[in-house]
Ligand binder design. Structure first.
Ligand code: S3P
Length: 434
């Protein structure tokens, strides 16, 4: 657990051995929401016990779910689709965009009113993307400038949804899919760019019938979700920090077991391999209707990459750490079509550009692209803007930096990866809380 707000990282020794990565964040949120809506008892193993996912647990408890936590295991007594209770207080989604967007889809279809809000970062993030499609099927959500807090006036009689993707976002799709569970009739979902399908996979895991092809699905509401235990794979978005750490520190070789390798999440592996990375996936298997596998990674000479198009959404959370890989690759990388990064926990194009410049890398950007000239990271002081993934990316950069890197405002690492610093230390990294 990180107590101090700043981190200092020095050049460190190679990474070796096996690293156990905590459970997937997206699936952890969904296991709590859908598990609470299922009929019967279930357990969740390898749950991500982090601040974001704990907000989801308390939100569902406020709505009447019985959930017990023991470290990374949950016992949930599912209450079915019809037993949710009005929350007594405002629901706090903390730093979590996934929680506020997914849960709003549930709250909009209840026979009670609710308010959901979040921390100062979440209150700046766009919610119009869910408010508009929910309103189109009859929901009442009021807010100031389409941002949290969201005042949701429940309407248990919404019209079926006809979702045509405007922004490639699994949060928007999943918000509306959760709404559709409570709607009488068939809702349709069409994506131009297919995004992570953990919601669909978990619905099927709970024997909820949905019809689906690669980019279209339909859901008939008001079926039963049959409770079934869930084992969550480890989070590829967290693994990505140690994959890049291994690739860029000479003489490193690690194994990362049980990583979720859902086909809409493995863009980071595909892109790094194109850059010359030695990454091997073995022992692929299905666990709770999700694909998992073991990764073997060894240090590699990386070359620059040009990226654009539909691959972007398959590594949407991994760009900060990819930019670190680009900073030490040979040649200039150009990555386009990434305007969505401006709407994450921080404006990630701006945060990364400022940080990379501060440690000696040449970078330029437009509204939706970035160019990074690979060279040597010199070191310096970087502001993470309270964004967990920016903080962890620069901590990894510190491992190969000529002089130390100091990162400020890092406490939000606990929102997604509370054991990050501990794992760094176990690997012998010189990382200090200052
Ligand atoms: C998530 C979807 C992505 C991702 C986020 C988690 C999810 O957001 O960035 O960390 O669990 O559905 P968008 O849907 O906004 O791209």
């Amino acid at each position: 657990m990180i107590s101090s707000n700043n981190l200092l990282v020095n050049k460190s020794n190679p990474f070796l051995g096996t690293i156990i990565i905590p459970g997937d964040k997206s699936i952890s949120h969904r296991s709590v929401i859908l598990g609470s809506l299922a009929d019967g008892k279930l357990t969740v193993s390898n749950f991500l016990n982090s601040e974001d996912c704990l907000c989801t647990v308390s939100a569902m408890q406020q709505l009447g779910a019985q959930i017990d936590i023991d470290n990374t295991s949950l016992s949930i007594n599912g209450m079915g689709l019809t037993q949710l209770k009005a929350p007594k207080n405002v629901i706090d989604a903390g730093n979590s965009g996934t929680l506020i967007r997914l849960l709003s889809g549930v709250l909009a279809t209840q026979n009670f009113d609710s308010i959901i809000t979040g921390d100062s970062s979440l209150k700046k993030r766009p919610m119009r993307r869910i408010i508009e499609p929910l309103s189109d099927c009859g929901a009442y959500i009021s807010s100031e400038n389409y941002m949290a807090p969201l005042n949701i006036q429940g309407n248990a009689n919404l019209k079926p949804i006809n979702y045509q993707q405007k922004i490639a976002s699994a949060q928007i799709k999943s918000c509306l899919m959760l709404t559709s569970l409570f709607i009488d009739g068939t809702s349709y979902f069409k994506e131009n760019i297919t995004t992570r399908d953990h919601t669909e996979n978990m619905l099927e895991h709970f024997n909820y019938k949905i019809t689906r092809s690669d980019n279209c699905s339909s859901i008939i509401g008001r079926q039963v979700l049959t409770a079934k235990d869930i084992v969550i794979g480890s989070d590829i978005s967290s693994a990505a920090f140690f994959i890049v750490a291994t690739l860029i520190t000479k003489g490193s070789r690690i194994t990362l077991p049980n990583i979720n390798i859902n086909k809409y999440r493995i863009g980071i592996i595909q892109v790094l391999k194109k850059m010359g990375a030695n990454i091997n996936i073995s022992n692929e298997r299905l666990e709770s209707n999700e694909l998992i596998g073991d990764l073997d990674v060894s240090s590699s000479k990386l070359k620059a990459i040009n990226l654009d198009g539909s691959i972007i959404s398959t590594l949407i959370d991994e760009f900060p750490i990819l930019f670190i890989a680009c900073s030490v690759a040979s040649g200039t990388s150009k990555i386009s079509g990434i305007e969505e990064l401006r709407h994450k926990e921080s404006d990630r194009i701006k945060s990364m550009e400022e940080g990379l410049k501060a440690v000696g890398i040449n970078v330029s950007s437009t509204n939706d692209s970035i160019e990074i000239e690979g060279s040597e990271i010199f070191g310096g002081k970087v502001n993470s803007f309270g964004d967990h993934r920016i903080a962890m990316s620069f901590a990894i950069a510190g491992l190969v930096s000529k002089k130390s890197i100091t990162i400020t405002d890092t406490k939000n690492i606990r929102t997604s990866f509370p054991s990050f610093v501990k794992i760094m230390r176990e690997q012998g990294a010189e990382i200090y809380e200052i």
